[in-house]
Ligand binder design. Structure first.
Ligand code: ADE
Length: 224
């Protein structure tokens, strides 16, 4: 998979991609992540990429030309199946969409800044408008980091068997059950006996009941 990210703050994305599972996926050649500085396509030598909102109002909007220049250049080199704009007014990112995005070969992520991007960029190019939650971030970069992490860990070969993504919360519309490790007793708190029994079918049954109860209590919307 190849992911191209258009941003005016590539520094914000360097660290999330330089460690842990996303780093390992790149090292194994399972994903290529390319960061593109929006200012490289600035309108003038002052590095201008934004402008005031037509109609008045506070804040700046990213101009269409620098973004279009990057997208056109990328699309001339290869076909992209999705061009995602990270924005708080997009649809919420959920596991099924992560699963679908993980099947793509080439993906562009566009990070907004200031008040966002000119609407005509959304109309002309964007295939998916995605939010990572009902709160406003200072830009799309941290949202892009969240999306990349959630998608890359699903690519075949990224996680080992032990870490398999199939057992994650949300993969079966249930939250994960409680987990325990050694010691079997800690500060007077004991691990549920069933987990020490070695009876795998009973343990699976217990985990499913726990997952169901936790989902019912915390996220009944997932069961609806
Ligand atoms: N940019 C700013 N806030 C965001 C959010 N919640 N999700 C995606 N992109 C954003």
């Amino acid at each position: 998979m190849r992911i191209d990210i258009i941003t005016c703050q590539p520094e914000l994305l360097a660290s999330p991609f330089a460690h842990s599972i996303v780093r390992r996926a790149q090292d194994k050649g399972l994903v290529e992540i390319h960061l593109h500085q929006l200012r490289d396509k600035a309108l003038n030598k002052h590095g201008q990429i934004d402008d005031a909102v037509f109609g008045g109002g506070a804040g700046m909007v990213l101009r269409p030309e620098p973004i279009a220049a990057w997208i056109d250049e990328l699309r001339a080199a290869r076909p992209y199946e999705a061009i995602v704009y990270l924005t708080p007014d997009g649809g919420t990112l959920r596991q099924p969409l992560c699963n679908r995005l993980s099947l793509l070969s080439n993906l562009i992520l566009l990070c907004g800044h200031y008040k966002g991007v000119d609407q005509r960029i959304r109309d002309e190019y964007v295939t998916h408008e995605i939010s990572v939650g009902d709160y406003v971030l200072s830009g799309g970069e941290l949202a892009a980091a969240v999306l990349v992490d959630a998608v890359v860990r699903l690519l075949p070969g990224v996680l080992g068997n032990e870490e398999s993504a199939l057992a994650d919360s949300f993969q079966d519309d249930l939250l994960a059950p409680p987990l325990y490790t050694r010691p079997a007793e800690w500060r007077g708190r004991i691990v549920p006996e069933i987990l020490l029994s070695g009876n795998t079918p009973k343990i699976e049954e217990w985990r499913h009941e726990q997952a169901l109860a936790r989902t019912q209590e915390r996220r009944p919307d997932l069961l609806a």
